[in-house]
Design a protein around this ligand. Structure first.
Ligand code: COI
Length: 330
């Protein structure tokens, strides 16, 4: 098979080359994402692999792909919110994702951010940068085994997160519309509002869907404990950014750890000038009780290898007319 792979980073190349050699397939690697300008590059290829957070919202792009004979899109990621799945279906394009490349990678980043915030490290750093090495009563914190963690979305990543917090001795509450028996030993299932109200650390691990967009907004911030931390390693649009900034400024919550932002596609994974950085981001990073990372929770060697190998294997499986368990139901 001849495959084209969009948004390829240097770290992926050795895995792609090894896979191509082992399987006897031909892979063209391009660094640009798939979009209206680059779709033409897929001409002459059998299949496509991609990884990006920029939405593929224009139906014409799917028509162009179908006209070139492209029958599948293999996403090297978990999230599939970039796709117009109706347009995929209309054009006979099957989408696959990689739901389990390394749930622990993302879970551990969320826990690391929670610990950083809980132990007030940013606040100490800010004081020390002004020559103030004192500690004061307002920076006294708490141990995780004394806390309640709320997990919203108990899939692979939420489940891995629950396991870590449980091992640290926390009480773990979880909300998920569908229950997952695998994680039952680690959590107490409850409703969304109970999780939001009781969590000292509220950790989001749900996909971005019309029903989950802005699921954490003003009413939820008012419900949360004023000592609680919000951790979002999933998708920026799960949280209403303006309401988050208001909640932080008005001390409705204690802080936030964010690996994703609603408007991240304009600047995350790019080198930009200060005027290209959105004001929301500037306000958030200026707060010592907020930690922002540029959508890198996935960034471990295990993840990169699995994203490459699983997505390329799926591309070939679909092109051979077989089914993959990573096919998205449309
Ligand atoms: C995912 O796998 O869905 C991610 O968020 C990471 C990816 C965009 C590199």
């Amino acid at each position: 098979m001849k495959l084209i792979m969009y948004s390829v980073r240097d770290a992926e190349k050795p895995y792609v080359e090894a896979w191509a050699k082992k399987t006897g397939n031909d892979v063209k690697m391009v660094t640009k994402p798939l979009n209206a300008d680059t779709v033409k590059l897929a001409e002459g290829y059998d299949g496509v692999s991609l990884q990006q957070t920029t939405k593929l919202g224009d139906k014409k792009l799917y028509e162009q792909l179908a006209a070139m004979g492209i029958k599948q899109l293999a996403a090297r990621m978990v999230g599939i919110d970039i796709f117009d799945l109706d347009a995929c279906k209309e054009n006979g394009i099957i989408v696959t994702n990689v739901p389990v490349y390394s749930p622990r990678a993302i879970a551990e980043m969320g826990v690391a951010q929670a610990m950083y915030l809980l132990r007030r490290i940013g606040e100490f750093e800010q004081r020390m940068s002004h020559g103030d090495f004192r500690w004061s009563d307002d920076l006294i914190s708490n141990e995780i085994y004394n806390l309640t963690v709320g997990i919203v979305g108990l899939g692979n990543i939420g489940g891995a997160t629950a396991q870590i917090y449980k091992a640290l001795g926390a009480k773990v509450l979880a909300y998920d519309p569908s229950s997952n028996v695998e994680y039952e030993p680690y959590v107490e299932y409850t409703d969304f509002d109970t999780v939001v109200k009781n969590a000292d650390i509220l950790s989001l691990h749900t996909p971005l869907l019309p029903s989950t967009e802005n699921m954490i907004a003003a009413p939820q911030f008012r419900m949360m404990k004023d000592s609680a931390y919000l951790i979002n390693m999933a998708r920026g649009k799960l949280v209403n950014t303006a309401d988050l900034i208001f909640a932080l400024e008005n001390k409705e919550i204690a802080g936030a750890g964010l690996d994703t932002l609603a408007d991240e596609t304009s600047f995350f994974s790019k080198k930009v000038t200060p005027d290209q950085i959105p004001d929301d981001y500037k306000k958030l990073v200026a707060m010592p009780n907020v930690l922002v990372t540029p959508h890198v929770a996935f960034l471990t060697e295990t993840s990169i290898r699995n994203m490459v190998e699983i997505s390329l294997n799926d591309a070939v499986t679909i092109l051979e007319g077989k089914h993959s368990r990573n096919e998205i139901r449309m």
